[in-house]
Write a protein that binds this ligand. Structure first.
Ligand SMILES: Cc1cc2nc3c(=O)[nH]c(=O)nc-3n(C[C@H](O)[C@H](O)[C@H](O)COP(=O)(O)OP(=O)(O)OC[C@H]3O[C@@H](n4cnc5c(N)ncnc54)[C@H](O)[C@@H]3O)c2cc1C
Length: 441
């Protein structure tokens, strides 16, 4: 069975590896990749000895140990990684607030602490007393869930920075399992300064010793050199009888990992409603900034959230040189700063780097004379936006793909909000299904 995989990010490459390791002839697996390098969103860049992750701060962790072990083996083994304790904080004026916010409210100034805890208790009581359903828009959901104090001091400004739209346009469905659900006792404890942990599953993470997060996908690509066609965008996919043609070449099956919005550009004969369902799936972009610093040491932090507008346009800052000593030259340090924008391909203009640096200086994270240089990378697909039409559009897109036997996989190839480990988990499931189809003939 000849399989074409569209896109050589971690989803496409994990699928290829699993197919070959599962017994499919390597000559029957072809990956088409538009870029000159494999890895997709796992890309990293090195500028004058400073390495950063181009699409935003990436760490490797997984609740699934066999998958974590498999990724690490594919990427050079445990010694190729640093092992870090996660230490994340929220910057609030000149204070460090423990993350997640509701477990850190004891770190706030007294008045803000009081507003947060009293709002949380009232919201909790209101939910219990009325048995009210969770609101389906995110703006009302955060107020319903956390009360006005936490909403005003963190949740609303932070989420407005990330989503770049009125939060009423976003649904609350995506938060399940993503926004920690702190028991009220923990919030009361936190308010009076008793430390509680709200979020432990990424408490330790791995990061490549050399080459940034991309070293992981470079490891995957190494054994797929014969299979990956770099700089080969997919331009034409069509069904011909029982087979598929991709850029004119014949295959038995096609798995798409390219952002679904682009599929109607190359898939022959799509009905208009399915094509617009795919095209209109909503996403946010990201602009990432490396800030190279003339500073010897950082505080022991992994990343910090900047919820407030006077902290500049970045919503999150990664202490990039803390992840691996090789992410910056000896005796120097670096930051990676993330700024999102609405999808569509237009990015904020060139003064953004200055605004990021000014905001960080205002937040007390750097002095402007420490900055040696900055570097910027823009990425078109970064976050899925769960707006109200999302579920219906995705259902229509999946239904059409299924009806023609086109397999979909990946963060934007299927619009599943996955980290790289989850991409591998899904790739493994798809490989199993394809291998059993191949056996059946
Ligand atoms: C800000 C941010 C932070 C993240 N943090 C983490 C983290 O800490 N840990 C973690 O594990 N994951 C993290 N992720 C998620 C992770 O990056 C993704 O889940 C993963 O890289 C997605 O891989 P993919 O193969 O599904 O898609 P992609 O990487 O998008 O791969 C799709 C591929 O298709 C190619 N392509 C596009 N158009 C065409 C075409 N016409 N023809 C051929 N090829 C084409 C692209 O070049 C790309 O290589 C983060 C993501 C973001 C944006």
């Amino acid at each position: 069975m000849k399989i074409a995989i569209l896109g050589a990010g971690i989803s496409g490459m994990a699928l290829a590896q699993k197919l070959i390791q599962g017994g499919l002839d390597a000559a029957d697996v072809t990956l088409f990749e538009a870029s000159h390098r494999a890895g997709g969103l796992c890309a990293s860049k090195t500028v004058d000895g400073y390495t950063y992750d181009e699409t935003g701060g990436h760490i490797l962790f997984s609740k699934n140990k066999p998958v974590m072990d498999w990724i690490i083996d594919e990427a050079g083994g445990r010694d190729a990684f640093t092992w870090n304790d996660r230490n994340t904080k929220i910057r609030f004026e000149d204070r460090w607030v423990h993350y997640p916010f509701e477990n850190g409210i004891g770190d706030l100034p007294d008045e803000a602490n009081f507003e947060c805890v009293s709002g949380y208790v009232k919201a909790w009581h209101e939910r219990k007393a009325s048995g009210s359903e969770a609101p389906d828009d995110f703006a009302n959901w955060i107020e319903w869930r956390f009360g006005p104090g936490i909403c005003d001091h963190f949740m609303r400004p932070y989420n407005e920075k990330i989503w770049k739209r009125d939060l009423a346009e976003v649904t609350s469905g995506w938060v399940a399992g993503r926004v920690p659900d702190a028991p009220i006792e923990d919030v009361l404890r936190a308010s009076i300064g008793i430390r509680t942990e709200g979020y432990t599953h990424q408490s330790k993470f791995a990061y490549p010793m050399n080459g940034g997060f991309q070293a992981i996908t470079d490891g995957f690509a190494l054994s797929l050199e014969e299979n990956i066609r770099l700089s080969t965008p997919v331009t034409d996919v069509r069904q011909v009888g029982e087979t598929w043609h991709v850029n004119g070449e014949q295959f038995d099956r096609v798995v798409n990992t390219v952002p679904m919005n682009l599929v109607p550009d190359f898939l022959e004969g799509m009905p208009a409603d399915a094509a617009s369902a795919m095209r209109e799936l909503s996403n946010n972009q990201i602009s990432c900034f490396l800030i190279a610093l003339d500073r010897e040491e950082h505080p022991d932090l992994s990343w910090v959230y900047l919820p407030h507008h006077n902290q500049g346009p970045a919503n999150r800052i990664t202490y990039m040189s803390n992840y691996s000593p090789n992410n910056a030259p000896t005796g120097k340090t670096s930051f990676l700063c993330e700024v999102t924008s609405p999808g569509g391909g237009a990015y904020p203009d060139g003064s953004l780097a200055d605004e990021v640096v000014d905001g960080m200086a205002h937040a007390g994270l750097l002095a402007k004379d420490e900055v040696l240089f900055t570097d910027r990378t823009d990425t078109r697909w970064a976050y899925i936006v769960y707006d109200h039409p999302f579920e219906a559009r995705k259902a229509a897109a999946l239904e059409y793909a299924e009806s023609i036997g086109l397999d979909l996989l990946g963060r934007f190839g299927r619009y599943d909000y996955h980290n790289s480990d989850q991409c591998v988990i899904e790739a493994e499931k798809m490989a199993d299904a394809l291998l059993s189809d191949a056996k059946r003939g």
